[in-house]
Design a binder for this molecule. Structure first.
Ligand SMILES: [Zn+2]
Ligand SMILES: [Zn+2]
Length: 136
């Protein structure tokens, strides 16, 4: 078991995660481009139960993703850092945004998803599996 932690840019919100992250990936969907400022999103897929908020309460925004599923994005209402998101497609799971980790160096992408929405200038690792949309 490993534990890692993260926070938003201003430090108002902190979280801890326990356990091995099951899946890390790069998402090229249009929604993620908004969240990151244009680049693909680096994310870790975790069971909701392993995340504990240790400080603060994130703001949230509900919308429909490219797949049509309702999703909720959680972010700091003060500094705007995106922390994690959840989708009705994957109940009980959270997608953690790697940029908010105390050590983003632990991230290692294992696949690229939503490459059908990638911009021509996005880097897509040629050695990793690619999915046009979300993996089945
Ligand atoms: Zn903040
Ligand atoms: Zn995405």
């Amino acid at each position: 078991m490993s534990t890692f932690s993260g926070a938003c840019l201003c430090g108002r919100i902190r979280y801890e995660v326990s356990g091995e992250p099951p899946t890390s990936y790069s998402c090229h969907c249009r929604d993620c481009q908004y969240i990151t400022g244009g680049a693909p999103n680096s994310a870790i897929y975790i069971p909701k139960a392993v995340l504990t908020l240790s400080k603060g309460e994130p703001s949230s925004y509900r919308s429909r993703s490219d797949s049509g599923a309702e999703k909720t994005l959680f972010f700091c209402g003060n500094c705007g850092t995106h922390l994690f998101g959840e989708s009705e497609l994957f109940p009980g799971a959270l997608v953690l945004k790697v940029g908010s980790l105390d050590d983003p160096g632990v991230f290692q992408s294992t696949m690229s998803v939503w490459v059908s929405s990638a911009q021509a200038w996005h880097y897509i690792d040629p050695d990793l599996p690619r999915h046009d949309k979300a993996p089945a």
